[in-house]
Structure formats: C-alpha cells, structure tokens
Design a protein around this ligand. Structure first.
Ligand code: NAP
Length: 268
C-alpha cells in the first residue's frame, strides 16, 4: 500500500539543518503555505537570518539551536517541541555532512559525527517524533545519489546514505496504513555548503569528475522533493541526469562497478 501523499497546506514542519543549503530552501518553499516551521541547526545567527528572511509569510517560525550529532542536542530539540507545545505533522530530516578523503586518514571525531548526524539523529528523531505526529503526517528524509553506490574517499558518507534510503523505503511501507507518508529524496551534486564542510582542514578534496553533468540548483531539488512528498512517492532522484545515473548504478553488475571504482580511484 502506498501512502496518499502529504498535503503541505497548513503543515507544521520541523526542518533539521535549516541554517543553510537545502534546509534553508525547504524553509523558503514551505513558509508561504505552512502554519509553523521549527528551524533546527547549531548556528543561531544563521537560523535567525533564515527566520528574518521569511518574516513576511504567515507561518509562525521558531529557531531551535541544537547539535543533533549528540544525544543532548537531540533531547533538547524534543524538549523544545514539548516546551512550546508544538505537534509537528512533518519532519524533514535534512541535516547531514560528508568527509572527503580516505577512511584511514579520516579523524575518528569526524567519522563518528557523520554517523551520529546522518544515521543516528535521523533515526532517533523519527522514532521520537512519530508518536507526537498528528495525521496526516509526513517524513521527508534527505539521502543522496551516493546511496546507490560505494564511494571510495567518501565511504562512510555513501554508506550512511545507503542506510537512509533503505530505512526510508521500509518506513514508507510500515507507516502508509497509519496515514504517514515517507519520502526519501536522493540529490546529486548540489551547490550548498556541503563541500566546504566535507573538505578536510589540510585541503583534502575528492574526485569530482563528471559532477557538472549532474548538478542542479537547491531550489529545484527541494521543489522536486516536496512534490514527491505530496504525491506519496517513496523515493525520488531530482534531475534527469541523476535519475538516469541512479538507475544505471542500481542495475550495474557489481564486478563492473568495482572495476570502474578501482579505475577512477587509481586516477587520483
Ligand atoms: N549538496 C549536495 O551536493 C548534496 C547531495 C546529496 C545529498 N545532500 C544532503 O543534503 C543535506 C543538506 O546538506 P546541504 O547540501 O544543504 O549542506 P549544508 O549547506 O552544509 O547544510 C547542512 C546543514 O546541516 C546543519 N548541521 C550540520 N551539522 C549539524 C549538527 N551537528 N547538528 C545540527 N545541524 C547540523 C548545518 O547547520 P549548522 O552548521 O548551523 O549546524 C546546515 O544547516 C545533507 O543531508 C546532505 O548529505 C547534499
């Protein structure tokens, strides 16, 4: 059974990672139609700037400063919702980060933070918010094209997004009978602060050959994601190039995939 889709009109949304990039864009596109938005991230000034930008819209906007890579930060968001008697009917799990470079040279701290943010926060916030969620409800998880293939030099990130896509597709089936729509959006390369955060302090970058063919603006990624949520579509790949690449990666024989990854990695 597929969910009927989530109606955005008058929604009460929580958006994680709303201080920049895709999260801020989700806030911009929802503000004209939402009843309330809770913007969550670590940087208070950046959250306030997004709130200020949206002050002309009727939606009531709250900023919640929280480090979602920690239990304390996740609990403080839940306490914020309870303290303001906010009963969201839409959770957008968008906060996420990557780390460019080899696994062995990564720091334990950045690796742990990626897992905490990309996997644990997304899972545990969903687990905590679902019982508070009014129906019809929606969960929109931001995964990545990286969820469809292993990525040497971005290994933990790609694996974490494979988790997000798989988890979301399972939940979409589990929650449809409860009138909760779960959609997973898998963007390709999108110009945001993502690369700045993923680069290492020593400047270590990753091989971005071919990304230009797949790049689409954050406005389009978010519009496609929200349209998919409204339709009840469980998984969407914004942009024709990204959709074709995802299909190709999913049907490609694993042996051929490994050979291509070795060839590409060897060129660096
Ligand atoms: N851009 C791409 O090419 C691309 C492609 C596929 C998927 N994605 C996914 O899209 C999502 C959004 O990323 P983006 O591209 O918009 O990058 P971005 O501009 O770097 O935004 C990341 C957001 O997450 C927040 N964040 C980071 N660490 C946090 C923490 N510990 N606690 C709470 N919030 C935290 C950041 O805010 P603060 O720094 O203020 O905390 C920021 O608002 C991520 O899940 C990413 O994996 C991006």
């Amino acid at each position: 059974m597929m969910a009927n889709g989530f109606p955005l009109k008058n929604c009460r949304a929580v958006i994680t990672g709303a201080s920049s990039g895709l999260g801020a864009e989700f806030a911009r596109q929802l503000a004209p139609q939402a009843a309330s938005l809770v913007l969550v991230a670590r940087r208070a000034d950046a959250l306030e700037a997004v709130k200020h930008e949206l002050s002309g819209f009727p939606a009531e906007i709250f900023c919640c400063v929280a480090d979602l890579a920690t239990d304390a930060g996740r609990n403080s968001l839940l306490a914020f919702l309870d303290g303001h008697d906010l009963k969201p009917n839409l959770l957008i799990n968008n906060a996420g980060m990557g780390d460019y470079g080899s696994f062995t040279s990564s720091t334990a701290e950045k690796t742990r933070t990626q897992i905490e943010l990309n996997i644990t926060a997304l899972t545990m916030l969903t687990h905590a918010v679902l019982p508070r969620m009014e129906r019809p409800g929606g969960v929109l998880n931001v995964s990545s094209l990286a969820s469809t293939l292993p990525m040497p030099d971005l290994a933990v990130y790609a694996a974490s997004k494979a988790y997000v896509t798989s988890f979301s597709e399972s939940l979409a089936v589990e929650l449809a009978p409860q009138n909760i729509t779960v959609t997973c959006v898998c963007p390709g390369p999108t110009p945001t602060n993502f690369s700045k955060t993923a680069k290492r302090e020593d400047g270590t970058d990753t091989n971005r050959e071919g990304q230009g063919l797949l790049r689409i603006p954050p406005q389009r990624v978010v519009a496609v994601a929200l349209a998919a949520l409204q339709r009840g579509c469980p998984c969407v790949f914004p942009g024709a190039g990204v959709a074709i690449a995802a299909r190709l990666f999913r049907v490609m024989p694993r042996g051929l995939m490994r050979a291509l990854l070795r060839w590409r990695h060897g060129k660096e």
